[in-house]
Ligand binder design. Structure first.
Ligand code: AHR
Length: 623
């Protein structure tokens, strides 16, 4: 038996920062390319094989054989920063002795482990083409073996129309659904055709901004207060030459060079670039937190004496986000369709670099320059200030933890002894990892729930927290576990995802004083918050995590309320549990572990048994 006494009086507790719970998006596990970013073509500019030619065109493949087509790469593209183009020499014809195979010859792209084409939906295909002869190209979505055609259109043009690089655009409407489709460009016309920057985008993306709708919605449902991006190690790179550089990721998509992320070992065309990350934050209603490289990667470092160009790059990035549209970089943003500045208030100088030789020296250069130009920007240091105070100025410090379930659960007390003075903690990466986690277990989620209750409790010194990583495409699991699991057409939340949903009302709420009485054999943590719903009423949400192996009878009493101002309107109880602690969700059982709503008194109509709970899981309704 355990007892929880909650003091719900107005003087009780402390305000929880409005920013407490958010998300961390890293380009890892194909979270963006082949994930949230809805572009269907992988390696759209033929740059992934490197800038030396001849080059590998993977994952593009050739339709036809050596007697009918010769495909190679050259450096004839009209795009200055990505010169590689595809050259297709068609040797066969539609009639005569060297007849092309039926359907023609050409190339196809399977996308990221199959393109998801849905019946009735439209897809915009864009490509650049050049030829000395007239062209007749068929653009189609087909089955993975090319035998069934799901959508198709013909592009014809005279030699004079395409003697210089020309942009072609066509809308394809799918006649049927195929989650494993491919895009083909084929012809039966003899001649040489150059192709470059081939893109296929569904029209149906969030607000037309390019975000895959189902994945975007899963983010939005967490109601994140901030979004940290774009990494993680992705920002650092194994080597600086492969780190994410914001300037190469903005402007027209055709002109972006793309880059090989050498930590997570895959190519990105950088369609999801700095602008799109800022837009994502705006669309999801979260404050952007930009993590930039500070001249330090996993294996090489810029000396502090030569770091100023990197500092300038960061300042330019701030101008891109916040500058007036008449400023140099603000004008680039405006030209991309966002004349108003983005609400960028936080930056992190590097990722997990604190112990590295040049970090502190470099950090101070960034800190001073940014504070001079943008005094209001909050600067996040990589150095952990949770046990000993930082020896350098910062507004916040990063705290990362990946550990076992027992350890993380016990860390619900982590910030109890942290100094109440100085910069606040940004727990920007936390998760249970290793064997306790499986590929997203209940056990991991329970430990994380306990840890998060501890963060709420200590939110006078913890200002922000986000789980990591957010996404995994199951075809390229580089890090395990992750909150949201997807493939080309399906997605589900791990129990860790659902735990985050329990905390959606916490940011900006009041943490109520509560005392938990348990005997030593129980592993229980519990807390209560008071928060205002959109109906203007104040509710109490009580959260309890039983991390032990025995069931516990928890008796809850709420005091400190004026009986004349309180209306008991009923309650709902939301439980995340399962038969076994290592149970997981999967594509076959996406909601095996999912917090269904159990309705108690007076809440009929608000949710039914087995439904997803509405956002208010309450015990009392204040009037
Ligand atoms: O979240 C996965 C990785 O873990 C991040 O890239 C890095 O910051 C940490 O080591």
């Amino acid at each position: 038996m355990a007892k929880l006494f909650i003091d719900a009086s107005e003087r009780s507790g402390h305000p929880i920062p409005q920013t407490l719970f958010g998300i961390f998006f890293e380009e890892i596990n194909h979270a963006g390319a082949g994930g949230l970013w809805a572009e269907l073509v992988s390696n759209r500019g033929f740059e992934a094989g490197g800038s030396n030619i001849p080059s590998n065109i993977d994952p593009w493949s050739i339709i036809g054989n050596e007697s009918s087509i010769i495909v190679s790469t050259d450096r004839s593209s009209c795009f200055e920063h990505n010169k590689v183009a595809l050259r297709m020499e068609v040797l066969c014809t539609s009639e005569g002795t060297s007849t092309c195979p039926s359907g023609g010859v050409g190339i196809y792209n399977p996308g990221f482990w199959g393109m998801n084409i849905e019946q009735g939906k439209s897809y915009k295909v864009v490509f650049y083409v050049r030829s000395m002869e007239a062209i007749d190209i068929s653009v189609s979505f087909t089955s993975s073996n090319g035998l069934q055609t799901h959508a198709s259109a013909n592009i014809t043009a005279s030699a004079s129309d395409v003697s210089n690089w020309t942009k072609m655009e066509v809308l394809l409407e799918a006649k049927e659904t195929n989650h494993n489709s491919r895009l083909q460009l084929t012809t039966s016309k003899k001649g040489v055709i150059w192709l470059d920057q081939v893109s296929a985008m569904p029209l149906d993306t969030y607000k037309g901004h390019g975000f895959r709708n189902d994945l975007f919605q899963m983010l939005a449902d967490i109601k994140p207060q901030f979004i940290r991006f774009p990494g993680g190690c992705f920002v650092e790179g194994e080597w600086l030459r492969n780190a994410f550089r914001w300037k190469a990721s903005v402007g027209p998509w055709e002109e972006r060079p793309g880059h090989f992320g050498d930590v997570w070992m895959y190519w990105t065309d950088d369609g999801l670039g700095y602008f799109e990350f800022l837009q994502l934050a705006e669309d999801v209603g979260a404050l952007p937190i930009w993590v930039f490289n500070n001249g330090v990667s996993h294996n090489d470092q810029v000396d502090t004496s030569s770091v100023l160009p990197f500092v300038q790059e960061a300042l330019d990035g701030l101008e891109f986000a916040r500058g007036d549209s008449s400023s140099r970089w603000g004008a680039v943003r405006a030209a991309m369709g966002h004349p108003e500045p983005y609400d960028l208030r936080y930056v992190a100088v590097g990722n997990e670099d604190c112990g590295k030789k040049n970090y502190q020296g470099n950090y101070l250069k960034f800190y001073d320059a940014i504070k001079r130009a943008y005094p209001d920007i909050q600067i996040i240091s990589n150095c952990d200030g949770s046990s000993t105070p930082l020896d350098h100025p910062a507004d916040l410090y990063d705290f990362h933890v990946y550990t076992s379930a027992n350890d993380l659960f016990s860390m619900s007390n982590k910030f109890v002894h942290t100094s109440r003075q100085g910069p606040k903690a940004f727990v920007s990466e936390y998760a249970v990892t290793g064997k306790d986690a499986g590929t997203g277990s209940l056990l991991a989620a329970l430990a994380e729930a306990g840890f998060l209750i501890g963060l709420e409790k200590n939110s006078d010194v913890v200002q922000m927290a986000s789980y990591a990583p957010l996404f995994v495409n199951t075809n390229d699991r580089r890090w395990n576990p992750d909150a949201i699991v997807f493939n080309s057409f399906q997605a589900y939340g791990t129990p860790s995802y659902w735990v985050q949903r329990f905390f959606t009302e916490s940011s900006g709420a009041t943490f109520l004083n509560a005392t938990l009485q348990t005997d030593s054999s129980t592993s229980l943590v519990a807390s209560a918050i008071a928060w205002k719903n959109s109906d203007g009423q104040t509710y109490i949400r009580i959260k309890a995590v039983n991390f032990g192996s025995n069931s516990v009878n928890l008796q809850i009493s709420v005091g400190g309320m004026d009986p004349n101002s309180v209306k008991l309107s009923g309650s709902t109880k939301t439980i995340l549990t399962s038969a076994g602690v290592m149970d997981e969700n999967s594509f076959n059982e996406p909601k095996k572990l999912f917090p269904p709503c159990r309705t108690h008194s007076n809440t009929a109509g608000k949710c039914g048994q087995g439904d997803e709970c509405p956002t208010f899981t309450t015990f009392f309704n204040f009037i």
